[in-house]
Design a protein around this ligand. Structure first.
Ligand code: URA
Length: 261
């Protein structure tokens, strides 16, 4: 790992601050002062910064397919959390990036990379999140326009423009007798009186999608996150399971974040 990244991962400062400090001779590797910010730190090297030993935690990145019925928290005294599903995942200080409601399924990024998490969640960075939703009632082109123009929620807060795509609508008389199942998109019959949509939002207000649909007189009955920035849920990953990001997924994710480029 490059020396500037090593020190940043060890919490010594930002990459740009650290570049200056390294050039001023404040970092040493195995007892030798190193002024080259791109110096490759060998595994198991002893690194000091401003005379004190420092250690970078290995950064790890996982995709969890969150099932319904667990809360998005690191720990809880009574409830099962998403971190309870991460048993055996190597890495210290793991946490979920962003929050999904207990009944929401889908993509959660789990990492110990605080800088990445902070970037992805900062309101000013407008990272796209894509959801599949099943909604009671008929979603109309008028709703699509209202979402695009920026909905005003029940509490008067205005949302940024959101992209709403209608995938299917089933009228009240369209029941063909097929059982409704669990409401998930894998069960691909649209129950009567509901609409299936894909929605892209670039912010993360509390219960945002449910409140947006409420603002146009509809209820979300099923919600699943499909993507966050360039990272897409691997549909082959069963609900409740996790896996490490592939190198390609991680490279694409980090390339979308200016602090890494
Ligand atoms: N919007 C919601 O309403 N709930 C979620 O879990 C995520 C987005």
């Amino acid at each position: 790992m490059r020396l500037d990244k090593y020190l940043a991962d060890a919490g010594c400062g930002t990459r740009s601050e650290l570049k200056k400090s390294i050039r001023r001779g404040m970092a040493a590797v195995d007892g030798n002062v190193i002024r080259d910010v791109g110096f490759h730190v060998p595994e198991d090297a002893s690194v000091t910064f401003q005379g004190r030993p420092v250690k970078a935690e290995k950064q790890v990145y996982y995709m969890l397919h969150k099932p319904a019925g667990v809360i998005t928290a690191v720990t809880d005294r009574t409830e099962r959390t998403v971190m309870d599903l991460m048993g055996g995942a190597p890495g210290k200080g793991l946490y979920p990036v962003g929050r999904l409601d207990r009944d929401t399924e889908g993509l959660l990024l789990i990492t110990n990379d605080g800088k990445l998490g902070h970037y992805l969640l900062a309101p000013g960075h407008h990272v796209d999140k894509i959801y599949f939703a099943r909604v009671s009632g008929t979603v109309t082109d008028e709703d699509v326009r209202a979402f695009r123009e920026g909905l005003v929620l029940g509490d008067g807060v205005r949302c940024l423009s959101a992209d709403l795509k209608i995938l299917s609508v089933s009228g009240p008389g369209a029941d063909d007798g097929t059982p409704e199942g669990d409401g998930s998109p894998e069960n691909n019959t649209t129950p009567p009186g509901t609409s299936e949509v894909e929605i892209t939002i670039c912010e993360g207000k509390y219960h945002q999608i449910k409140r947006m649909f409420r603002a146009v007189g509809k209820e979300v009955v099923y919600l699943k996150r499909l993507a966050m920035g360039p990272l897409r849920l691997d549909e082959a990953l069963p609900a409740g399971s996790w896996r490490a990001l592939t190198e390609a997924e991680l490279n694409e994710l980090l390339a979308s974040v200016p602090v890494y480029s």
